[in-house]
Design a protein around this ligand. Structure first.
Ligand code: FES
Length: 106
């Protein structure tokens, strides 16, 4: 099922927005190229819901967000931590339909 989370105009490029999807905290990012990503807002390293406050960028060809606490980088597409491949963020499939941003959930 797809759930409308926000509109594209709600998303300032590069600035994460926290949202609640089916009781789960999700961090949504719109990058400069227009790609929209949604990953868990929960940082497994600092054990806090802070990923939406992270800085986005590109590292080794990956679109990443850096944890604002300990600065680990997570691939926004796969959720994988670039510094520790045993750790990853849950990712959510994002669909952009016109101005609407929808997230698939289970
Ligand atoms: S309740 Fe949304 S996909 Fe199952």
């Amino acid at each position: 099922m797809l759930e409308k989370i926000c509109t594209l105009t709600d998303l300032t490029p590069l600035v994460g927005v926290p949202a609640l999807v089916q009781g789960e905290q999700v961090a949504i990012f719109r990058l400069k190229d227009g790609n929209v990503y949604a990953v868990s807002n929960y940082d497994p390293f600092s054990q806090a819901n802070v990923i939406a406050r992270g800085i986005t960028g590109n590292l080794k060809g990956y679109d990443v967000v850096a944890s604002p606490i300990y600065k680990q980088h997570f691939d926004l597409k796969t959720g994988l931590c670039l510094e520790d491949e045993t750790v990853s963020l849950k990712t959510y499939q994002v669909t952009v339909d016109g101005d609407n941003v929808l997230i698939a959930h289970h």
